[in-house]
Design a protein around this ligand. Sequence first.
Ligand SMILES: [Zn+2]
Length: 209
Amino acid sequence: MINISLLAMEPLAANCLIVTDAETGKTAVIDPGSFDERLDRKLSEVGYDNIEYVLLTHGHYDHTGGANDVIKKTDNRAKVAIYKTEEEFLSDSYLNLSLPFTGRAWPVIKADVLLSDGDKIELGSSVITVMHTPGHTKGSVCYICDDNIFSGDTLFCESAGRTDFPTSDEHEMYESLHKLAALEGDYTVYPGHNMKTTLNNERKYNPFM
Ligand SMILES: [Zn+2]
C-alpha cells in the first residue's frame, strides 16, 4: 500500500508525486519540477529522513528543476534515478529544454541510479517497477506501483505527450502507449501534467491509444 500526494509545480505546472510506503513511511519524490514552500512543508511532514529517491520520468527541466534541492534537504542521502539513456539530459540544456524555453541553462543534476526496463525499486515494503516508454523522449519511463501508473509526459488524460522535441519519436510513442494499454487490469494514472485518470478510461477514450 502506498499513499500518494500530488502537487502541481512551477514553472509549467508539472505534477510532482510524493509516494509513501504506508507501512514504513519510506518515500519517493517523482518529478520535482521545482522546490517551493508547499513542497518543503509536505516533505517535512513526510520527514526528510524518509526520502530515499527522487525518481525522474524523463529529463525535461520542468520535471527535474527541484531535484537538487530535495537531495540537499536529505543531506545528500537520497538518490536520483533516471533511465540510462536519459542521463545526458541532466547536463545538456538543449536536450532538457531549459535553454530554449527559459533562456538559461539550468543547474546540472547528478544521477545516482541508471534504470533499465523492468527494474524494481524497493521502497520500504512496496516495489516500484520501471517501464521504458520512449516517444516523448528516448529515455522516458513510467513508474508502476500497486495499481498506480506514474506516466510522466507519455500518457495524459485523453491525450499524449508531444513528440516534436529532441529524441522524440512518434512511432515509439505509439508503441509505448500500446504497451501501457496491454497491461492487465485497471490502474489509476497520474500523468506529468493535468488531472489524473484511469487506464480503462484511456483505453476507451484516448485517441492516441
Ligand atoms: Zn517533457
